[in-house]
Design a protein around this ligand. Structure first.
Ligand SMILES: *[C@@H]1O[C@H](CO)[C@@H](O)[C@H](O)[C@H]1NC(C)=O
Ligand SMILES: *[C@@H]1O[C@H](CO)[C@@H](O)[C@H](O)[C@H]1NC(C)=O
Ligand SMILES: *[C@@H]1O[C@H](CO)[C@@H](O)[C@H](O)[C@H]1NC(C)=O
Ligand SMILES: *[C@@H]1O[C@H](CO)[C@@H](O)[C@H](O)[C@H]1NC(C)=O
Ligand SMILES: *[C@@H]1O[C@H](CO)[C@@H](O)[C@H](O)[C@H]1NC(C)=O
Length: 496
């Protein structure tokens, strides 16, 4: 039997990774029976990288859902827990979800547990304050408590956190004070210790998926994606942002995924190599002063990973900084799978989660097209008042196309219809804005113009009116049926 060369190469690499793994595990974490169970399985299961056309921008994968097919009548009135019985729990044997929250935004985590995080029986929740009773019975862990006290106390930057903990201890913590505690100032300290503690609590998972209370994760897409990568190679996936010293980091909002190989590289000095004792988050200690000098934790993490030789593999737009109502549908967001969305509201999360159960396609992941055509119904959009769909991709028509567009709502609508590339419009303060993508947008109350106090606007003029060129949108969508799913290859050029 002749093996293709890429298979041979893979076999060698794989054997190497087992040896490396055994060697590696020996020094740092005791090889308990539980750990052994997580040893890499035979290469076939590793879902070898496919012999794809290397110059193509996408993988030509055909994927199958890990979710069982269920009768839609069973879904209609099912409770969260009933639906969760159909979740492919065996996938969580290899994947560790890690949700980051804060005391001031704990409600987001609550909502997450009602939607995207609902069925994750092994979820780990990190925050800036421990909650004895937990959320839904899941413990909430104060991740800053892993940082040595002496470090925390040497800087004013951790004052909000220290006060929070002190108030909980002396019983003066009230809801009212929560919002003043500047949770965001504390947030950047969580990123490095999170990785350490995730491994300490749940060692040797193939993948660690880090996200936030307002991140919506499409787990079906995560499962399909990760089947194609070797977890013992250091992988760091997310939506790229430029960071310190030329390093790219994954924007924390849409979440990021680290492979076992990447996490190992970060936590390998967390254990005493002689006794096997856990010493705590060593990189947090090492880079504490750098954290103080940087604005954001996602930047810190990307920079520290880069220093370890692990560079971000950018998977935008699968990891998406937009929220559901803000996705600007266009060729940039169309045939690609949706893996995550940021800034998900409670209703959006619950609605999208239900939509997923009703619309899961066994042979194809949820794409942006699916969301545009079956979650939203752009074919039936009608004009909306007190609505703004022009907060992204909007532009003022060029003088030669403008015509009478500023005269009235109807003139604006007509001008958009006549302008090539205008899919929708918003009219506000007697100005017409065209939009080059189509998006749902959001309701918006009338507002006055701030920089022109000389001009008095009537209430009607201050209102926002938005409309869609449904015919153009339908033609555009029909011309792009997405017969092939665009599983984008990692890139740091294709960015948000
Ligand atoms: C490989 O992909 C490139 C870019 O998409 C394409 O132009 C080329 O025809 C492909 N080659 C093969 C052999 O499929
Ligand atoms: C779901 O509940 C509604 C309202 O109670 C009911 O009319 C409908 O028949 C139920 N659907 C199924 C499939 O049981
Ligand atoms: C979760 O959803 C249920 C029913 O849909 C609702 O009663 C409950 O209040 C929700 N919990 C949270 C924390 O939003
Ligand atoms: C409780 O702790 C906070 C934060 O340190 C402090 O400001 C407050 O005075 C304390 N209250 C009491 C009653 O001890
Ligand atoms: C949406 O539009 C399609 C095609 O124009 C039409 O068949 C359908 O009835 C519409 N649905 C609603 C809810 O209006």
């Amino acid at each position: 039997m002749r093996l293709p060369i890429w298979r041979l190469a893979l076999g060698v690499a794989f054997a190497g990774s087992i040896v490396g793994y055994l060697f590696w595990s020996y020094g740092y974490a005791p090889l308990t029976a539980e750990l052994l169970e997580h040893l890499p399985k035979p290469a076939v299961h590793e879902a070898a990288p496919q012999p794809n056309n290397v110059s193509a921008k996408s993988y030509s994968w055909s994927t199958v859902t890990a979710f069982p097919l269920i009768d839609s009548r069973l879904i209609e009135n099912a409770t969260r827990d009933e639906l969760c019985r159909h979740f492919p729990h065996d996938k969580l044997r290899d994947i560790q979800p890690v949700l980051k929250t804060g005391h001031g935004v704990i409600d987001r985590a609550r909502h997450s547990l009602n939607s995207t995080s609902a069925c994750l029986s092994n979820i780990i929740i990190f925050s800036d304050l421990a909650h004895e009773t937990g959320l839904d019975g899941i413990p909430v862990i104060d991740i800053l408590a892993d940082i040595p006290k002496a470090l925390l106390e040497k800087t004013e930057q951790t004052l909000p956190y220290r006060e929070l903990v002190a108030m909980q201890a002396n019983g003066t913590l009230s809801t009212e004070k929560m919002s003043n505690l500047e949770g965001w100032r504390t947030d950047k300290f969580k990123f490095l210790p999170e990785v350490s503690r995730a491994w300490q609590l749940s060692p040797n998972k193939r993948w660690y998926v880090f996200y936030e209370g307002d991140t919506y994760i499409v787990w079906d897409t995560v499962f399909r994606l990760l089947d194609h990568f070797d977890p013992d190679i250091p992988h760091y996936f997310g939506s790229p942002s430029p960071g310190r010293e030329g390093a790219w980091f994954a924007n924390g909002g849409p979440g990021y995924i680290l492979s076992r190989g990447a996490v190992r590289a970060l936590v390998k000095t967390d254990w005493d190599s002689r006794t096997g004792e856990w010493l705590g988050p060593s990189l947090t200690v090492k880079y504490f002063d750098d954290i103080l000098g940087m604005c954001c934790g996602d930047d810190v993490l990307g920079w520290v990973l880069a220093k370890s030789g692990i560079l971000l593999k950018g998977l935008w737009p699968m990891f998406n900084p937009h929220n559901l109502h803000g996705v600007p549908f266009s060729d940039l967001y169309w045939c690609q799978p949706v893996l995550s969305l940021h800034k998900s509201t409670e209703t959006d999360s619950v609605d999208l989660w239900r939509w997923e159960w009703n619309n899961r396609n066994p042979s194809s992941p949820a794409t942006y097209r699916d969301i545009a055509t079956t979650f939203f119904d752009f074919a039936n959009m009608t004009r909306r008042e007190d609505w703004d769909n022009g907060e992204w991709d909007a532009y003022r028509p060029a003088p030669e196309n403008a015509g009478r567009s500023d005269e009235s709502v109807s003139d604006c609508s007509r001008a958009c219809e006549n302008a090539e590339g205008c899919f929708q419009w918003t009219y506000h303060l007697r100005q017409c804005y065209f939009v080059r993508s189509f998006r749902y947008g959001r309701s918006k109350q009338p507002v006055d113009e701030e920089d022109r106090p000389d001009r008095e606007w009537t209430f009607e003029e201050q209102r926002f009116t938005a409309g869609w060129d449904v015919e153009k949108i339908v033609n555009w969508m029909d011309a792009r049926p997405c017969d092939n799913v665009d599983w984008v290859k990692p890139s740091l050029e294709r960015i948000f």
